[in-house]
Each structure stands twice: as C-alpha cells, then as structure tokens.
Design a protein around this ligand. Sequence first.
Ligand code: G3P
Ligand code: CA
Length: 316
Amino acid sequence: MLSDMLSRRDALTLLAAGLATRPTGAAAQGPVRRRPYAVAHRGASAYAPEHTLAAYQLALDQGADFVEQDLAMTRDGVLICLHDDSLERTTDVAEVFPDRATTEPGTGRRRWLAVDFTLDEVRRLDAGQWFGSSFRGARVPTWEEAVELVRGRAGLYPELKMPVLYVARGLDMTAAWLTSLRRLDLLTTAAEQVIVQSFDDAPLRRLAVDLPRVARTMLVDRGAASRWLTPDGLRAVAEFATGIGPAKPLVEGRPDLVAAAHDIGLGVTPYTFSTRAPAPARPDLTEEIRYYLDVLGVDAVFTDNPDRFPRTPRRA
Ligand code: G3P
Ligand code: CA
C-alpha cells in the first residue's frame, strides 16, 4: 500500500492535501477516497485532562493522525485551547479567582468566562487536577503552544468555537487565528496538515475566501441537521467547506448520508467515539469505529481514544 511506503509526515501531507485541494461547489463532483484517519478529540482525552499538553502528547504517542484543539480567547486576545467558553469545569479558577465570576441570567449559575481573564491569569490555573492528581500542575495551553508540540508529528484540527461570543469584546477570533498561522509559518510549511472546523458557517465562509488551501469542516449537531444535511443543505455546505462533521447518530440514522456527501466532494468525520460513552449496540469502541469506517464509509472519526482506532480497516 502506498501509504505504507511513505513517511508518517508525507502520508499526513497527502492525506490532508486530498481535502485541501478538492474544489468546492459545483466543481466538487466525484467520489472521495482516502485512507481513514483518527482525530484525537481534545487530545487523548479519555486518559488525560482534555486540552492539556499531556493529552496532546499522549495522542501523539498513541498514533493519532490529527490532534484537535477547541479554541477560546482571553481578554487580551490570545487564542487558548479550551472546550467551554468558561474555565470552571476544567480548571481551579473558582478557587484562584473566587470573586471574578459572572452570574448567568436565567440560571443564576456562576461562570468564569475565559474572555474575562488575561493570558497571565489563565496561566496561573491548574487544568489537570480535576481529572486526576497525577496531572496536577497541567496548564491551559495556548494555540501556539499546541502547534509547537504537534506540528510535524500529526495534523492540527482547530475548532473556531463560537466566534460571535467575542465580537462584543472587540475580538475577531478568525482574524486572530489567521494571524497566528502566518506568525507560525504554518501557511507555507504545513497548510496541508491543518483542518479548521466550526459549528458556525460564518468563519468557514470567510476562510474559504481568505484561506482556500486549508480544509474546512462544517460541524453539524442534531439541531442543525435539518439545515445542512438535506440534499440542498449539503450542496450549500460544499460552497464553503470541504467536509462535514456530524454528530455520529446523524450518520447512523441516515446510511445514505455519507454517499450523498461524497458525491459532491465532501468528506465525513463524525464525532465523538469514546470509551466514556459506549454505544449500547456496539460496546467495543474499536468495533464501533470499524463499523463507521467499513460499513457506513466515513473518512475519519473524532475519538477520545486514539489507541482504539483500527489501524487495519477492512474497507475494500
Ligand atoms: O469538533 C468535533 C467535536 O469536538 C464537536 O463537539 O463539543 O466536543 O467540540 P465538541
Ligand atoms: Ca470540538
């Protein structure tokens, strides 16, 4: 097999380039065929605290092809790796900054929004202890720190999470991300090893114009399925994205979806496969992933367990 003869880095480059160079829109006809690949969801987050360098390093050690970074912004405009828009679930912010919470209207919940803290303040937080005492001292990494760890060893799969949240603070997440790619020289040296994703079509539409070489995945949850996963919806997605990232029940519930996406040139990368949320019908995670790859025909998966990704898929 050709990929067996290539170095890991070459294989990654070719693999992502297949996405990055595929034309979008009406020109994006034809079947999609690539080697299936694993995206480490928030790092190897079944085994290490999500979005820490420890979780990213473990993902690399476990052979992940791509490592995901959910992105948020600090008050001083720095991109950090954080799934939530607030810090209290995955750090000790409530103990370190007890007086800095905002109260959520409606629920009355106290929240420590990332955008209310500077990077220096975020660096004081422990992002590992909540997961296990052996991870005490882990920090919230910046996007650029994640790039430095992962680049050249696996692809990067950043998610621009809720860019609209930052507009009122005068922060442009998409612009900040573009600037970082230039500063890190990712556009000239490794554009093919970056796939950007979002649940928001606006940043992807913008990047389709400003950064067409980089692959773009439109994430689709249950609430957005009726908009994006119809024949018309998929054609609309193909105008600005190179792939879809549906919640996995949306794929299992519609076995025709993958072929429909492939027919107009869209890759399919469902989320999230995890030992922490076993599927009742397929409790063995490797077998579940194999079913999605071999039977449903998806191209890649987001998984908390990169070590459970089947490296010898039976797809013909
Ligand atoms: O980005 C794919 C998957 O991670 C989407 O779900 O909530 O984990 O970001 P979430
Ligand atoms: Ca994500």
